[in-house]
Every structure is written in C-alpha cells, then in structure tokens.
Ligand binder design. Structure first.
Ligand SMILES: [Zn+2]
Length: 325
C-alpha cells in the first residue's frame, strides 16, 4: 500500500469566511495547501467563491505536482439533504434551496460531498480527534449559535432527510428570548456565545460584573461572550458566576441529548470551548444533576474538542475521501 493517497479538498463555508484546505487522503492531519475568502452574499456568489477556493487549492504547487484535487467535501451552515441541496441556511442571507452539490460537481468536474458544517466537524473528531474509537458521541460547537453532529453506532447520524443534529433549536423555554429561526427560547439562545453575551448583559444591567463591563469599554450594552471568558480566565469571580449560569443551560440541553441518544461522550468545540475547564467543570457538575438516572448509568465524559476552527474543513475532506473510496 502506498504511503500517499489521493488529494482531497475540504471546505468550511461560514457566515463570514470560507476556509479550504487540501490534504492527502491517507494523511489528513497535514495540510498541503490552504485558501480562504470572505463569504459573499447571495447564492451564485457563494458558489463562485467556493469555486475560487477550490481553484486556489488546485493551483498550489504541492497539489498541482501531484495531479490536483480528486474530490471535494463542503461543509455548509444549514440543513443539507441527501442530494447535497442546501435547503435552509439562516446565516447565509439569500441562500435557500441551493443545489450546492450537483452545481459544484457540474462546475468543477469532480465528485463533491456536501454536509452540514457541524456534521463535518463531528466526523473530524470521530476519525482523528477526541471521539476516536467511540461508537456513540455528540459534538456540540458553541459559537454564535449551537451546531451539532451525532455519531451513532460509529457512523454519522443523518436522519431521514439529512437534517439530524440541530439541537440548538430545541425549545428549552417557550417564553424565552426570540430566536432567528422564528421561535422563542431555543437552547442556543441560552447556551451559545450569544447566549453568554445575553446572560452577561443581564448581569451588567443589574450592576454585577464590573470587570466584564470594563473589558467591553465600560458599556454594559457592548458586553459580549468573549469578554466573559476573558475575565473568567483572568480569575474574575463575577465572570465565573456568569459562566456557571451558562454551564447550567448547556448541561440542560446535553442531558436532554443523552436521555435521547445514550451517548458515552460529549465533545464541546467552537469559540466558547476556549474557556476550557472554567466552563467544562461546572457543566459536568450540573449535567449529573440533570441527566436521567445519573447514579445508574455509566459516566458520560464531557471533553473539549481536539480540533479548533479547522475541524469543519478537515471533516469535509474526510467525507470526500470516503466518497472516493
Ligand atoms: Zn431557534
């Protein structure tokens, strides 16, 4: 068996930027080439931008010298059906019902796999990262919202339509704050980076958390999640209290997921995971109070993701290489 394999491209289409990397399918951790562009608005512009990233990867010497990219995986933020059609993408304005997979295959002349971005990140963690060797796991990525990917029986669980793994929009408080999805009190309104910002602004308005407000330039209305994590990492007790509040909401949704799926491992990724143990420790404590029959089930491990912002692109490349195989 040769040491080197075919070259595959992995792209992660985010709300603000599109990241691409080319990897050897047999050594997917090492990047042969990388490219990034800002995410444009509108469906045809997004497809053009994806094509531009693939062209940049193709023209990199390390890729070109080995015959170019043989297949492309694309992670997109939204509901993707089994045919590679992006049906709904609240973070990509003007992009709805777009046949991303078929259209890119036509334009690029290459096999293309399209999946949800968090599914791609979950597959990266399952094959190479924190969930290697675990048959039943969930990855949650905590950013502006909550993304998730479910590994069930060692495989990515896609659901009947391909839409599985959107727990960020499970309603945890029907009277809660409005969500961009059109409903109220979705889990991600409480347990994401934007949820943390909202909890912190409530604390700031009540006169708590002066150190957090100072990091936001003195304006309580300008407080964001990153101000809280920064103050907590510096040891601020108010910020740690706000993180504990967030941790309870996070644990509530995770307990619901474990009650439903009986997974043995939860992997926490995304920007909020940078808070590390100052977030995960209170999550574990609250989780064991909230999950069904904690004393009668094996412990569920809750750990930080192994991969950072590159997880989606690497996972998309892995899905593309499996398509080739
Ligand atoms: Zn929602």
């Amino acid at each position: 068996m040769s040491v080197t394999g075919p070259i595959v491209g992995g792209l992660d289409v985010g709300g603000t930027k599109i990241l691409g990397r080319a990897v050897d399918a047999h050594q997917p951790r090492a990047s042969l080439a990388e490219a990034r562009v800002e995410t444009p608005r509108g469906e045809s512009h997004v497809l053009d931008a994806i094509g531009q990233v693939v062209a940049e990867l193709q023209s990199a010497p390390a890729v070109r010298d080995r015959g170019g990219v043989a297949a492309v995986g694309v992670g997109v933020p939204g509901l993707v059906d089994h045919r590679g059609v992006l049906r709904f993408a609240p973070n990509l304005p003007g992009v709805v019902e777009v046949a991303v997979g078929p259209e890119l295959e036509h334009r690029l002349g290459l096999p293309v796999v399209v999946d949800n971005d968090a599914n791609c990140a979950a597959w990266c963690e399952s094959r190479l990262g924190a969930a290697v060797g675990v048959s039943d796991a969930v990855l949650v990525t905590l950013g502006t919202g909550i993304g998730a990917g479910i590994i069930a029986g060692g495989r990515l669980y896609e659901g009947a339509s391909g839409f599985a793994g959107e727990p960020g929009h499970m309603v945890v408080d029907p009277t809660g704050p409005p969500c961009p999805c059109g409903r109220r009190g979705c889990w991600e309104r409480f347990a994401s980076g934007s949820g943390l910002g909202r909890l912190a602004r409530d604390a700031a308005a009540a006169g708590r958390a002066p150190a957090v407000v100072a990091l936001a330039g003195g304006d309580p209305e300008a407080v964001r999640g990153e101000h809280v994590t920064k103050a907590a990492l510096a040891g601020d007790l108010d910020a740690m209290g706000i993180l504990r509040e967030l941790a309870w909401w996070l644990a509530l949704g995770l307990a619901n997921l474990v009650d439903l799926l009986d997974c043995e491992l939860i992997v926490v990724g995304g920007g909020l995971a940078e808070a590390g143990e100052s977030l995960l420790r209170p999550v574990r404590e609250a989780f064991s109070d909230l999950v069904l029959a904690a004393d009668h089930r094996p412990p569920v491990r809750i750990v930080a993701a192994s991969f950072g912002a590159e997880a989606g692109a690497i996972g998309a490349a892995l899905l593309a290489s499996e398509r080739l195989a």
